[in-house]
Design a protein around this ligand. Structure first.
Ligand code: SIN
Length: 503
């Protein structure tokens, strides 16, 4: 295979498979695969079994400065700056085709470093690659305007031009899709990029960049800096005048820090932060549909998803029935090492996440929450496995209620009226996604408008798609990713006034 390096030691991806060609052990700056300037490295660990999957350069701020400089030079001076929209589109399409061709291998890398079940990893490759395809198409439709002027001798022309260098800071929960959603839009617009992937999952990111190199992006257009010490590099992105935009997906706390820290340079910033999604089931709902959607939304990636249902509100008449149906399905979920075909739920990503989930469940239990299923670690499987859990009677002072769980825990509250549940659902500083289930058309339109979130699933638990705008309100973020709106984060609008024209 093209990327096999016969000198590189074979790496252990899972208990059963021991080989991958796309696994990289160097970062990529200005078209070169390089070590950290200090030669330091850090290990990437499989959360299912604690084995080392690979090791990557532990880069510092000096390395990141090189990456930003390379991206700046490429933006200003390389052939890239003269590429037509069609040429950018063609390159993105080539990248898309290569990702598709290497989908199985990327899925294995992703599953090994994130613990994600292999079938879900395959799903993420398809989902994430759809952003590259989408933005390859959108690259050719970044239209400006010609606006009728009030003056007789003027034309008003509006252009959209690329921002410049964009820094993309991405999380571990969707190691591929969160890069492609940002990179696809940035490259379509004509920006150059520096990617800083999460320290838990740099190998998927490096594999993607390897394929971008193969697709033929000019040197310096795509750069990637790996590190396990993100703060100084984040600080550089905020402070460097050469970085014109930052796009971040991750915690609200880090998002706020980036926002504050980049304010001095009046930098374009796009933030996709945490949620606290309500999942409301009204008495009028189709319960079978609602339970299936609850499973899909809650247990996707072991609950480690920003748009995961976080607070389940069940109306009084269907409360017990919904729980019975849900319990049957949750009991049947197969938890284990994600490399095994039939596994549906893998481990949590690391001990910090594991401790958070365990302590939130204990907190809810101690405040009167009733554990109906699970509520304990699954030590037989490994250190980071936690049982799918259902807790009812969760009080509003429990952390499970007010904060994002990021784990496989269904946290249930009973309600009586629509008015009461809307108030409770909106009583949060977060507003990413919200879901509700109702077969009453009046209620559907009313509630969809009233929920204070950026995305609403009506009788649907999985709403993410390349062609739809992803993003939140309140403290869940700024800006939108995916859809034609996703391009806006990476372009400047320029108004050209053509004056003194004679007609
Ligand atoms: C996220 O959890 O940040 C993204 C989830 C998605 O794209 O559906």
């Amino acid at each position: 295979m093209l990327f096999c390096n016969s000198l590189r030691p074979k790496l252990t991806l899972s208990a059963t498979r021991t080989f991958s060609c796309l696994v990289q052990s160097k970062a990529f700056i200005n078209g070169n695969w390089i070590n950290a300037s200090t030669n330091e490295t850090f290990e990437v660990i499989n959360p299912a079994n604690g084995r080392i999957v690979g090791s990557v350069p532990n880069m510092n701020v000096n390395d990141a400065v090189q990456a930003v400089q390379a991206a700046k030079n490429a933006f200003e001076q390389s052939e890239w700056s003269k590429f037509t929209a069609k040429e950018r589109s063609s390159l993105l399409k080539k990248w898309f085709n290569l990702i598709e061709k290497n989908g199985n291998e990327i899925s294995e890398i992703m599953s090994a470093e994130s613990g994600k079940p292999i079938n879900e990893a395959r799903g993420e490759v398809a989902y994430g690659n759809a952003f590259i395809e989408w933005f390859a198409e959108e690259a050719r439709r970044i239209y400006g305007d010609i606006i009728p002027s009030a003056a007789k001798d003027r034309e008003i022309i509006v252009l959209k031009q690329p921002l410049g260098v964009a820094a993309l800071i991405t999380p571990w929960n969707f190691p591929l899709a969160m890069i492609t959603r940002k990179a696809g839009a940035a490259l379509a617009a004509g920006c150059t990029i520096v990617i800083k992937p999460a320290e838990d999952t740099p190998l998927t990111a490096l594999a993607l960049v390897k394929l971008a190199e193969e697709a033929g992006f000019p040197d310096g257009v795509i750069n990637i800096v790996t590190t396990n010490n993100a703060a100084p590099i984040g600080d550089l992105f905020c402070k460097s005048p050469d970085v014109r935009g930052i796009s971040f997906t991750g915690s609200t706390e880090v998002g706020k820090w980036l926002f504050r820290n980049s304010s001095d340079g009046i930098k374009r910033i796009s933030l996709e932060l945490g949620g606290n999604a309500p999942f409301i089931v009204f008495n009028t709902a189709n319960l079978e549909k609602a339970v299936d959607a609850a499973i899909a939304s809650k247990f996707r990636n072991c609950g480690q998803t920003c748009v995961s249902a976080n607070r389940f509100f069940l109306q009084d008449e269907i409360h017990n029935k919904f729980i019975d149906l849900l319990k049957q399905k949750v009991e049947a979920l197969k938890v284990g090492d994600g490399s095994k075909q039939d596994v549906q739920i893998g481990p949590l990503i690391n001990s910090m996440q594991f401790n958070k989930v365990s302590s939130y469940v204990e907190d809810a239990r101690s405040k009167g929450g009733k554990i109906l299923f699970g509520g304990r670690p699954l030590e037989d499987l490994g250190k980071l496995f936690y049982s799918p859990t259902i807790i009812s009677n969760v009080p509003s002072n429990a952390k499970l209620y007010s904060e994002e769980i990021f784990g496989p825990v269904v946290s249930i509250v009973k309600f009586k009226t629509e008015e009461e549940v809307i108030r409770a659902a909106n009583n949060s500083r977060r507003g990413l996604a919200g879901y509700f289930f109702s077969e009453n058309i009046q209620q559907v339109f009313r509630v969809a408008r009233l929920l204070e979130v950026g995305m609403v699933g009506v009788n649907e638990g999985l709403i993410s798609a390349a062609e739809a705008p992803f993003g939140g309100v309140k403290e869940s973020g700024i800006g939108r990713e995916g859809s034609h709106h996703g391009i806006d984060e990476y372009v400047e609008i320029k108004y050209i006034c053509m004056g003194n024209l004679k007609y």
